[in-house]
Every structure is written in C-alpha cells, then in structure tokens.
Design a protein around this ligand. Structure first.
Ligand code: BTN
Length: 263
C-alpha cells in the first residue's frame, strides 16, 4: 500500500519509528507521512547513540521529500529544532536550542552534566533515504520527553535529561503531538525557503552561543567559546589560542555554569 501524503500511523510499539518510516518511504510514501509510537524498544539518536523514549512521550518520524540541494540538508535539522521552540512556546515551556539538534530547558539546580545548566527535552534526528546532488527523501525523527520514565532515568542521563513536565506540562502525548508535528513541518519549510529567518531565531534562542564549549568533531576535540552561527548554519568556535573553527557536525558539550561563559 502506498500511504497518502499526510497519512499518520499510530503504533503502540515500534523498535524505531525511523525504521518503520524508512520502509514506508521506500514504498513511495508521500511527504508528511508520519509514524508515531507510544513506546520504542530500539530508538536511535544521533551519532549511533540510542534514544530512550519514556512511555507516553513523543517518538515520531516524518517522511520528507525536500528536493533541496544536498548542501542545504543541515537546514532540515535546524528548522525542525526552531519549530520545536514554537511548539513549546505555545504550551508555555520556554526552551532554547543547543546547536544543532537539541532542545533544552534551563535547570539551575545541579549536579550539572555535559549540557551545563540545561536539560534536554527533545532531539531531532535526520536520516537520508535518497540523496544525489539533490536531497530527494529524508526521515525527520523527533523525540520529545513529556515525563520521566516510571523507573527514573538511567544513571548516565540523570544530569542531562529533562522533560516538559519539569515545567508543569501535564497534557498527554495525543494532545500535544499534532502541535509538535505541525510546528516541525513548518520549521523545516521555513528553513528551506527563508533560512535567514530561522538563523535569527536560533541566534536569539541559543543555549550554545557565548558559552564555553567542548566540541567532538569526529574525534577532533576543540575547547573554546561558541561565537556565532555562519550564514550556512555552521557553528563558529574560537579556541583558547584565538583560532576559529567552523563546526558542521559533531557533538557540542556545554561547560558548567562555574566556567566563564565569555572572556
Ligand atoms: C538525538 O538527540 O540524538 C536525536 C533523537 C531522535 C529520537 C527520535 S524518537 C523518534 C525517532 N525514532 C528514533 O529511533 N529516533 C527518533
């Protein structure tokens, strides 16, 4: 069966919604086709990490057929992250983006982990299905933590994971999912047509800029200060010697609040 554009498949359980969405995309599913699961047993994060979605959180994957230049693919992650800010604004949860794909909320109380004074409430994972010099098909994966797992977060996530319930949000996944889906799709659209507007939002609502950071760029570690976002969305990091690096991928970790955020 070839799902119609905008078709939404609700599942009680999936290994990863990305895997299910990939199968639909390969069968020719139209843009906007969405898989959402109440529970994921093998959720995937960026850079080969696993993703734990507590039951009742949002785990969704949306088929995109952007038709943009392959070089513009990073705009999808950035646009979706900006879209999540819109969605969270509407439900009264003021959030920021930790470049490039994490949506975080401030958390003054320690102990602080690798996100410094922030906790991650949502993440974006874009996987390519078909790309030549044009990005023909990709999967937009979005995980949003609504509340903590019943058994608590695993040890390694305790200082980095947060949930919308930390901000008093108590509505169900079913209630908030349409808002999140629309917001990320609008964010991606805006990013592909008016990237400058998305950059303005990301510069104004950044958990990264002006902070002491450590970047792991495929094994190359850069320590310094996040100085800005380039017009193509790359992060500019100035190291202790004053040299600047343009970071296009990789992990960015934020120093705890006791480390000077700008010299
Ligand atoms: C990250 O922050 O590393 C990205 C997390 C993306 C998680 C979502 S949950 C829905 C979709 N299915 C997956 O297996 N991963 C993405």
């Amino acid at each position: 069966m070839k799902p119609a554009p905008g078709f939404i498949l609700f599942l009680d359980e999936a290994d990863s919604t990305q895997t299910m969405a990939r199968q639909l995309a390969e069968q020719g599913a139209g843009p906007g086709t969405t898989v959402v699961a109440r529970v994921q047993t093998a959720g995937r994060g960026r850079r080969g990490r696993s993703w734990i979605s507590p039951e009742g959180s949002i785990a969704t994957s949306i088929v995109l057929r952007p038709g943009c230049a392959a070089a513009d693919a990073p705009r999808i992650t950035l646009g979706a992250a900006a879209g999540l800010l819109d969605a969270f604004d509407r439900i009264g949860v003021p959030a920021l983006v930790k470049w490039p794909n994490d949506v975080v909320i401030p958390c003054a109380e320690g102990p602080h982990g690798r996100l410094g004074p922030y906790r991650k409430v949502a993440g974006v994972l874009v996987e390519v299905v078909r790309m030549t010099d044009v990005l023909e098909c990709a999967l937009l994966g979005v995980g949003v933590n609504l509340r903590p797992p019943a058994q608590g977060w695993p040890e390694e996530l305790r200082t980095v994971a947060g949930t919308l319930s930390d901000h008093g949000f108590t509505r169900s996944m079913e209630w908030v999912f349409p808002l999140v889906r629309n917001a990320v799709l609008q964010g991606v659209e805006r990013s592909l047509t008016s990237f400058g507007e998305v950059l303005t939002v990301l510069r104004a609502r950044s958990a990264t800029l002006g902070r002491a950071v450590e970047v792991d760029d495929d094994g190359k570690v850069i320590r310094g200060f996040a100085r800005g976002l380039r017009a193509d969305g790359a992060l500019v990091v100035e190291n202790e010697d004053g040299a600047t690096h343009e970071v296009r991928a990789g992990d960015v970790w934020i120093a705890p609040p006791n480390v000077s955020s700008d010299p």
